[in-house]
Design a protein around this ligand. Structure first.
Ligand SMILES: *Cc1c(COP(=O)(O)O)cnc(C)c1O
Ligand code: SF4
Length: 398
């Protein structure tokens, strides 16, 4: 797998698209219009393996096949195990459902007070504003509705969602997602952000988008102007592998950062893509260089047909263990499991607190060395009557 010992160059290349005029290549409309959406188109560039070929034949019944030429160009055509290829080229394993898998693994549909708006946490909502993406990730947790291949018949409806937020003063944070909100036309996005910004109790607007990775050309100066107009708008991008951090992506992130948009990244732990510490370290280091703060590392949701892409939870813990303390704290994402059935995101951490008793806590550092930290304050032992009623699970109280 890719290793990065020095700063390394930012990949910039067009592979087999040299003949495309620069103006077209850099135009997001051109990139969308020229997406690769059929196995026949893929096979103009490389031969699909039998498992991929059969996967492609079924893909449109589950989640559409679509890849921007820009992102397709990052595939290593000679390598069936290419980490970019595994994310976007369907495989026949997608059509198999394991017993633990679900169509709505995070139980979102049961938490929708109005269609497209998930209100799970006390002070914030997830607002699904479109079912379209620039390209489709084969492990998408929302494949039941994204790309509308499964007859879910999702018609994002701004008005109801906006009215819900307007009438719920406890909502101080909205996360726009989908689908990919940045696929909306500037005019629509301007309208939506304007309506949200006009809500007095809404403090925080953020956008979850893989557009900066799939289609960095979409991050135009005009888009940045809109985001600045309604500041503060935060953004979480979605990069899984260091190869995705190209010069185009770096420049798109630069435009966003200069527009005042704080950037985070959400990765999904994927087997054969990023389930090793070395790859993940290369990714988070590249992200920091693009002014993107790694935010979450997700254990892959139990979405139907994802078994071939899911890695063991302990792999994720091992990766965090290999990051924390070993590299910049800013580079370490929080590893989470979005609880199956709908409990929200649960942080999963290596165990650093070994013992808690009336006198002290015993902790360990990244090297495994143990340390004691006294619980006495001003020489006085804490009153046992004032112990927190519920100690976090996993703590050993002796
Ligand atoms: C992820 C998510 C959020 C945002 O969670 P944070 O931990 O605040 O980033 C909000 N609502 C739903 C339903 C979510 O899945
Ligand atoms: S960009 Fe996000 S919503 Fe779209 S297919 Fe990928 S994971 Fe799903």
């Amino acid at each position: 797998m890719s290793s990065e010992t020095s700063r390394g160059e930012w990949y910039q290349g067009r592979g087999l698209w040299q003949h495309v005029p620069e103006d077209d290549w850099k135009n997001w409309g051109w990139q969308l219009k020229n997406r690769i959406t059929t196995p026949a188109e893929i096979e103009k560039y490389f031969t699909l393996s039998p498992a991929e070929k059969r996967g492609c034949a079924f893909a449109n019944k589950k989640l559409a096949l679509a890849i921007t030429p820009y992102f397709f160009n990052l595939i290593d055509f000679k390598d069936e195990d290419c980490p970019i290829r595994r994310q976007v080229i369907p495989r026949i394993e997608e059509m198999e459902t394991s017993p633990e898998e679900m169509l709505d693994p995070c139980g979102e549909d049961g938490n929708m007070p109005v269609p497209g708006l998930v209100h799970r946490y006390p002070d914030r909502v997830l607002f699904l504003v479109t079912d379209r993406c620039a390209a489709y990730c084969r492990y998408c947790t929302r494949s039941r509705l994204v790309s509308n291949s499964q007859g879910y018949d999702f018609h994002p409806e701004f008005e109801q969602g906006i009215r819900y937020i307007e009438s719920h003063p406890e909502v101080r944070d909205v996360l726009l997602s989908g689908g990919d909100p940045l696929l909306l036309a500037d005019r629509k996005l301007d309208y939506l952000l304007g309506r949200l910004r006009a809500i007095d109790h809404l403090e925080f607007i953020r956008i979850g988008s893989r557009i900066p990775i799939f289609l960095p050309q979409r991050v135009t100066p005009e888009l940045c102007e809109i985001l600045t107009k309604y500041e503060p708008v935060w953004m979480s991008i979605h990069a899984n592998h260091p190869k995705e951090c190209t010069l185009e992506v770096k420049e798109a992130c630069d435009r966003l950062a200069r527009a005042g948009v704080p950037l985070g990244n959400q990765s999904v732990l994927l087997k054969g893509v990023n389930d090793d510490a070395e790859t993940m370290k290369a990714l988070v280091h590249r992200l920091l260089r693009m002014r993107v703060r790694p935010y979450y590392l997700y254990q892959c949701d139990l979405i139907t047909g994802s078994a071939h892409l899911r890695a063991d939870v302990l792999k994720g813990l091992e990766i965090i263990e290999n990051l924390r303390g070993h590299t910049s704290g800013y580079a370490v994402p929080q590893f989470v499991i979005d609880a199956p059935g709908g409990g929200g995101k649960v942080p999963i951490n290596p165990e650093y607190v070994k013992v808690v008793n009336d006198d002290e806590v015993v902790i360990r550092n990244y090297e495994g060395r143990m340390f004691r930290y006294s619980r006495h304050v001003g020489g006085v032992q804490p009153d046992p009557a004032e112990q927190p009623e519920q100690l976090p699970a996993g703590w050993i109280l002796d």
